[in-house]
Design a protein around this ligand. Structure first.
Ligand code: JF5
Length: 221
């Protein structure tokens, strides 16, 4: 999968790209991720990417020309062009799964008061939000979407195990997990996990998942 991220803050992606899963995915050839500096596509001396809104009002609006030029420099007929912004469809696991089928994702990372509406009208195929809060720019939201998609790609997390467990982990919350020591500061690991009865353990875990989901996320049930 080819992934292009268009932003005026490409350096925000440096650590993310060097970190373990993304680095391995790139080394294995599962992804080819490029940070594209939007300023490269300006034509004026000051490399202007934003301007005052027509009609007045506070804040600045991202200009259409550099965004169109940047997208058109990488776009193919098969590309999904995704605008990260608070007005988008709220991202969730099923969208991540759907995006794993794509050959090419282009992320436009907005900032300021927003993006010239003609970008939405003529360039963007999808608008995504990662939740109801406002950030200063769309780079972290793009990284969130990319992380969730890339970990689902074949071979990236090592085997089918991750993908297999997905449908389960989407439907209910995780059961409690423990590791050694079996007693720590007076807190014991539930006896049932220590007795080696795998059928009983599976039943206990399923019940814990259900209870936890009912208490914390009844909307998932
Ligand atoms: C952004 C204009 C984009 O703040 C966000 C965001 C929050 N949830 N999902 C995305 O994106 C940055 C800010 C202002 C466009």
């Amino acid at each position: 999968m080819k992934i292009d991220v268009i932003t005026i803050f490409p350096e925000m992606l440096d650590g993310f790209l060097r970190a373990s899963m993304m680095k391995r995915a790139a080394e294995k050839g599962a992804i080819d991720l490029c940070a594209i500096n939007l300023r490269t596509f300006t034509t004026d001396k000051h490399q202007t990417t934003d301007d005052r809104p027509f009609g007045g009002g506070p804040g600045m609006v991202m200009k259409p020309e550099p965004i169109f030029a940047a997208v058109e420099s990488v776009r193919t007929p098969e590309s999904r062009v995704i605008l990260m912004c608070p007005q988008g469809r709220v991202f969730h696991q099923a969208i991540a799964r759907e995006l794993t089928a794509e050959k090419h994702l282009i992320f436009i990372c907005g900032h300021y008061e927003g993006v010239d509406e003609r970008v939405r009208e003529a360039l963007v195929t999808d608008e995504l939000s990662i939740g109801d809060y406002v950030l200063t720019n769309g780079v972290l939201p793009a990284a969130v979407v990319i992380d969730s998609v890339v970990r689902l790609l074949p071979g990236v997390l090592g085997g089918e195990g991750a993908a297999e467990q997905e449908s389960f982990s989407e439907a209910t919350l995780e059961y409690p997990q423990y590791t050694r020591p079996s007693e720590f500061r007076g807190m014991a690991v539930p006896e049932i996990l220590l007795n080696g009865n795998h059928a009983e353990i599976a039943r206990w875990r399923a019940e814990q998942s259900r209870q936890r989901t009912e208490e914390r996320r009844p909307d998932l049930l």
